[in-house]
Design a protein around this ligand. Structure first.
Ligand code: G6P
Length: 612
């Protein structure tokens, strides 16, 4: 979703701003723009499309200067075109603004400004900010921005420059992340520290209602009362190399292949043979308080929601605690009765998803203890939750989440073990689980060997228009995730369903052009799933089966009925989603490639959805 990069210092701003935007591309956007300053001159360049289109335009018409702001826009108000791209200017052209978030009262403000004779050029909510800053400007840019912030309702991360202040860059945050990067005789602002990689490792995360005031040689942070505060400077320890593609053609493929290592990182130091349990440093809840928990609410969006659904099965089986899984966008506006001892657990890769953050805040407001599973260190949710667990998946750049999903499920499995050991799991059961969990990285490594076979299957089916993904129990959320992956990056309509539920509707879609991907479990309900498979075959639907190795009888049966069978290593049911999801990720990847889709940056999607 939208990205901001700003620079003030002694170097040429343009290459720094454009490179910063390139680093933010993964978040999803549909236009890009830049404004730089040389003395009283402002150089504005904007283009619909990719940051490469903007870079080409800058090749023809450079933006000189040592000071500027830039932006990637994900359209909310008005289509993605050159005019609606940020930065937006005040009428006299002296003030330029970039903005992430949504100004909810923009139409009232716009009407008011229009009544005063101000002409608007764009359809965006952001343009009101530029005009308002000009109106309030009386020689002090910081003061003018502060006055305008008081008029805005909604969310924002903004950066503002003015031709009247060749040595000043002002930023502010409410609900949309902003980080200050500190350099030598130069300073930066960005919506995501990734944009600053290669320039500085020292950052200050702005809190809501704070402003930052940057000059080449100094910077300070102001609180809501306009008082200077002592801000904590953090050091980013991610290796910039992590965010590059290396030998892989796409970030998504690289991240699929990183899953074994990511899982090792998620487990490191968290499994204890001595206690036959797991340990977590940051829950900020002692064992007694956890034992008192009567219910968990897991809340999340997108892929993280699917991980939460696997977590529900895990918690109920091993910890014997009731769990409800809620879309964060629903939970934030619902008012469900929640017992006092309910813990709300937010699950999020980015730690910035607007709905998940709002659901977490609402739960805190009601006095519930909140926990979060986050990947991005020091993200807003990571900072606001009462306690939590980092996923340690490393930077995930591909918009379609892969390794973050696996680590979310792995962390939920270890949490279920931890909670279970406090309640009803014996030490023997705990040790067995530890052994099984520890085997995961190698099992996933082995599962990746299905790659070539899945690629061939993709060749055969990449022209279909609909696909069904069917699984039961632990493999039901994996089916949902497989369908989501395909939808996101190949634009093929796909639905995930509990295999038996398919009889209540989706079976009407089945014909020889609608393949069904069946996730076959190893025990328990395997026979039931095979009956569902027969029902699809009986109606002429092609079947792609993902089946466990090691059960000859089952293998024979699947081979005789399915059109394609991908055998994957067999794990206990509760770990099988982490194995089954691998061929599903690869299938979506190859189908999308064959259809000529932009795998890492699918249309209309954003990596981190920071608007409601
Ligand atoms: C967007 C992304 C998805 C992601 C979802 C939730 O829709 O495209 O890949 O699963 O947001 O994001 P989060 O960062 O909260 O896990």
């Amino acid at each position: 979703m939208c990205g901001i990069v700003g620079y003030i210092g002694k170097r040429e701003a343009e290459p720094i701003l454009v490179e910063g935007l390139r680093r933010l591309e993964y978040r999803g956007y549909d236009s890009a723009g830049i404004a730089t300053l040389t003395g009283p001159h402002l150089h504005l360049r904007k283009r619909a499309g990719r940051s490469a289109d903007l870079a080409r335009f800058l090749g023809e018409k450079p933006a000189p200067g040592h000071h500027g702001i830039s932006h990637t826009r994900w359209a909310t108000h008005g289509p993605a075109n050159d005019t609606n791209a940020h930065p937006h200017l005040s009428t006299d052209g002296s003030i330029a603004v970039v903005h992430n978030g949504v100004i909810e009262n923009y139409s009232a403000l716009k009407r008011q400004l229009q009544a005063e004779g101000i002409v608007f050029y764009s359809e965006t909510d952001t343009e009101v900010i530029a005009h308002l800053v000009e109106q309030h400007y009386k020689g002090d840019l910081v003061e003018a921005v502060r006055a305008v912030l008081n008029l805005l309702k909604g969310t924002y991360g903004i950066a503002v420059v003015s031709t009247n202040h060749p040595d000043l860059l002002v930023g502010a945050r409410l609900g949309s992340p902003l980080v200050v990067g500190i350099g030598e005789e130069e300073n930066f602002v960005a919506s995501d520290p990734t944009a600053l990689m290669g320039n500085t490792q020292r950052v200050v995360y702005l809190q809501d209602n704070q402003m930052c005031v940057l000059r080449p040689g100094n910077w300070h942070i102001l609180d809501a009362n306009h008082a200077r505060i002592d801000a904590t400077v953090h050091r980013i320890d991610w290796d910039p190399g992590d965010a590059e593609k290396g030998d892989f053609e796409h970030h998504m493929l690289k991240e699929i292949y990183e899953q074994p290592e990511a899982l090792e990182n998620a487990m490191r130091g968290r499994l204890s043979d001595e206690d036959c349990s797991a340990h977590f440093g940051g829950l900020n809840l002692d064992a007694c308080a956890l034992r008192r928990a009567e219910r968990f609410i897991f809340t999340a969006c997108g892929t993280s929601y699917h991980a939460a659904l696997v977590g529900e099965y895990l918690f109920e089986e091993f910890a014997r605690i009731p769990v409800e899984v809620e879309y964060a966008s629903e939970l934030r506006y619902r008012n469900p009765p929640m017992e006092r001892n309910t813990i709300v657990l937010a699950i999020t890769q980015s730690g910035e998803t607007a709905d998940t953050l709002a659901a977490l805040r609402e739960s805190k407001r009601k006095g519930h203890h909140t926990l979060a599973l986050c990947n991005v260190v020091s993200s807003t949710i990571a900072r606001e939750t009462d306690g939590g667990v980092y996923l340690h998946a490393g930077p995930e750049i591909g918009v379609a989440s892969t390794k973050a999903f696996s680590n979310q499920v792995a962390v939920l499995t270890m949490l279920a073990l931890y909670m279970g050991r406090m309640r009803n799991l014996s030490s023997l059961q705990g040790s067995r689980m530890i052994k099984e969990i520890r085997a995961l990285p190698d099992i996933v490594r082995r599962t990746l060997q299905c790659h070539d076979q899945v690629k061939e299957i993709a060749q055969k089916y990449h022209q279909v228009s609909n696909m069904l993904y069917l699984g039961r129990q632990y493999l039901f959320p994996a089916a949902l995730e497989g369908a989501l992956k395909l939808k996101e990056i190949s634009y093929i309509h796909a639905e995930g369903y509990p295999a038996a539920e398919m009889k209540h509707g989706p079976i009407a879609l089945v014909d020889e052009n609608t393949p069904s991907v069946f996730l076959i479990p190893s025990g328990g309900v395997a026979d039931k799933v095979m009956s569902n498979l027969e029902e699809i075959k009986a109606r002429g639907g092609p079947v792609i089966a993902i089946a466990p190795e090691g059960d000859d009888e089952l293998a024979k049966h699947v081979l005789s009925r399915a059109d394609e069978v991908v055998f994957v290593p067999q794990m206990p049911d509760y770990l099988q989603p982490l194995v089954a999801v691998v061929p599903l990720q690869l299938l979506a990847y190859h189908i999308a490639l064959l259809r000529g889709c932009d795998v890492d940056k699918p249309r209309n999607l954003a990596k981190s959805v920071t608007v409601e």
